[in-house]
Design a protein around this ligand. Structure first.
Ligand code: LLP
Length: 432
């Protein structure tokens, strides 16, 4: 953070990298719908997701693990990345399972009609109530993150007289992840249990009446761009699974978490087929059913945030473009220094050499989407597109500065529908 976020010399039009957002007749379209048509109808800011892009991302990961070189597997989409009910229903129809980290996410999945048998529950701070609700629902697997949590899980299972299917989330002590805030698999992080403690807990509860050991899990970080950390982590997990099995604790599920990175601006992400080859090769001999918890790679590139220009202004030779979206709508640039390219929705104008900061209306210096970004001249009302906004976008939006949260729209071929209406002023004070 603090560094300049301009990536101008490496800038290319993001539309060149996806078949789901295309320029036609001078207008950027999502599938067959002009983004301008959506903005005119729904207003801005608004998130727009391509159903076809989500479907394609899900299928290409699923296919990468199919066939004789694959391994029996279930993709458990990580709900936190984008938890809109319509997105969850779309993925459920494709056959996806789900990874949750709260009772709220469980509630969403139940409203979306998802079978509990396709839900795994991770997270370091599951409350007793959340644990109880998930046991009652009959979920597939609890990924336990501490000894204290395991005790509560056992107590609640006994109280409900219903054994809890469980695995331990180990902390594989592998350095990975695109930013310190989203790296999780090193021993200094709060996540998971170290190898020795995990071993002790598996043995201590071996044959237990209320804890049924069914799995093991790990999630080493997010926005990982190279196969190396995955290779190291999966190898250590496989060794551990073999050791447990020899010691009389056979496990049915190996949950390898999420973390596959995507291209936002100039990244060169790994091919999911290479990822799959590394993972499948190691898991196949174990005879385990593989669970995966991808979030970003499924929905990230499938979404954009539409925003309009409110003002342009100059301060001592520096040009600011003030837009109607802000850090409350999309926090990734402010929180991680993430670079989400912004382009105009009309035909790309020849980009002048002038550079601008693109900023939101929130009263924080950090409310800046891009710094020193090369941009042609724009005017009041021009429609802009912030790319790569499908994951960790709307889900992390807030009402800071008393700003109603934006609408969400799903495009399917030549149709679009509002899948979450824009918040109203009365939504803002509901509950006060
Ligand atoms: N499984 C677990 C246990 C996780 O904690 C996460 C993400 C995932 C799966 C999904 O990871 P993915 O495939 O999306 O990398 N807000 C941050 C990302 C936080 C990720 C948290 N955990 C961002 O905007 O980059």
């Amino acid at each position: 953070m603090g560094k300049s976020r301009a990536t101008s010399n490496r800038f290319t039009d993001p539309a060149d990298f996806t078949p789901f957002f295309v320029r036609r007749g001078g207008e950027l379209h999502c599938e067959h719908v002009a983004l301008k048509a959506i903005a005119d109808r729904v207003g801005t800011p608004a998130y727009v997701y391509s159903g076809a892009a989500i479907t394609a991302a899900y299928r290409s990961l699923d296919r990468a693990f199919a066939g004789p070189r694959g391994v029996p597997h279930t993709i458990c989409y990580s709900v936190k990345a984008n938890s809109n009910l319509s997105v969850l229903r779309l993925l459920a129809r494709l056959g996806s399972g789900f990874d949750i980290v709260s009772g709220g996410e469980l509630h969403r999945l139940r409203r979306a009609g998802v079978s509990p048998k396709k839900i795994v529950f991770s997270g370091v701070g599951k409350t007793r109530e959340e644990i109880r609700e998930a046991i009652r629902a009959g979920i597939l697997l609890f990924n336990v993150e501490s000894e204290a949590e395991l005790e509560i899980l056992a107590a609640e299972a006994a109280r409900l007289r219903r054994a809890a299917p469980a695995g331990i989330r180990v902390n594989p002590d592998v350095e990975a992840g695109g930013h310190p805030h989203i790296s999780t698999g090193h021993h200094r992080h709060k996540f998971g249990v170290d190898w020795d403690d995990a071993r002790r807990l598996y043995f201590a509860h071996k044959g237990s009446r209320w804890i049924h050991w069914q799995g093991i899990s790990a999630h080493i970080g997010s926005q990982i761009l190279s196969p190396a950390p995955f290779r190291r982590a999966i190898a250590r997990l496989a060794d551990f699974v073999r050791e447990l099995s020899r010691a009389g604790v056979p496990l049915q599920y190996l949950d390898f978490g999420g973390g596959i990175g995507v291209r936002y601006s100039a990244e060169d992400p790994l091919d999911v087929r290479d990822y799959a080859a590394v993972v499948a090769r190691t898991v196949r001999p174990l005879g385990c059913h593989l669970l995966l918890e991808p979030g970003r790679v499924i929905v990230g590139p499938a979404g954009v945030l539409l925003t309009r220009v409110l003002y342009t202004k100059q301060n001592r030779g520096k040009t600011f473009v003030v837009v109607d979206a802000a850090m409350n709508d999309m926090i990734r640039p402010a929180l991680y220094g993430a670079v989400h390219p912004i382009t105009v929705a009309r035909a790309l104008r020849p980009r002048s050499s002038s550079r601008v900061d693109i900023v939101g209306p929130v009263c924080e210096t950090g409310d800046c989407f891009l710094q020193d970004w090369p941009f042609g001249e724009v005017n009041y009302g021009d429609l802009l597109v912030l790319w790569g906004a499908g994951a960790y976008g709307f889900v992390a939006a807030s009402n800071y500065n008393s700003r109603p949260r934006p609408a969400e729209v799903l495009v399917e071929r030549s149709r679009f529908r509002v899948i979450r209406r824009r918040e109203s002023l009365s939504d803002l004070i509901r509950g006060e």
